[in-house]
Design a protein around this ligand. Structure first.
Ligand SMILES: [Zn+2]
Length: 83
C-alpha cells in the first residue's frame, strides 16, 4: 500500500488522501497543458480523511515513492488545486 507523507500526521495510507494533480505554477489555470512526467513530480495532495490540509510533495511517478519533504500550501494555492 502506498503511504502518503502528510506534513502534519506523518505517513498514512493512500486511501485517506485525494490526489490534487501535478503542481506546476505555470499550468495551474491550464490543467490540459500539464506534462505527464516520468520521474520526480511535485504534486498536490489533500488529507481528506485526516487533518484536512492540502500539501505538496514530490513523488517519483515510475516507482510511486515519495521523496523529500512534504509542505503545507497556502489557501490561494489550495483554491487552484481544487479546480
Ligand atoms: Zn494529515
Amino acid at each position: 500500500m502506498l503511504l502518503v507523507p502528510c506534513p502534519i500526521c506523518g505517513p498514512r495510507a493512500e486511501i485517506e488522501f485525494e490526489y490534487g494533480g501535478a503542481c506546476e505554477p505555470s499550468t495551474l489555470d491550464k490543467p490540459w497543458a500539464r506534462a505527464n512526467i516520468k520521474g520526480e513530480q511535485k504534486e498536490f495532495w489533500w488529507h481528506r480523511f485526516g487533518c484536512g490540509q492540502w500539501f505538496t510533495c514530490v513523488r517519483d511517478t515510475r516507482t510511486h515513492e515519495f521523496c523529500g519533504q512534504s509542505r503545507l500550501i497556502s489557501a490561494q494555492e489550495s483554491e487552484h488545486s481544487k479546480e
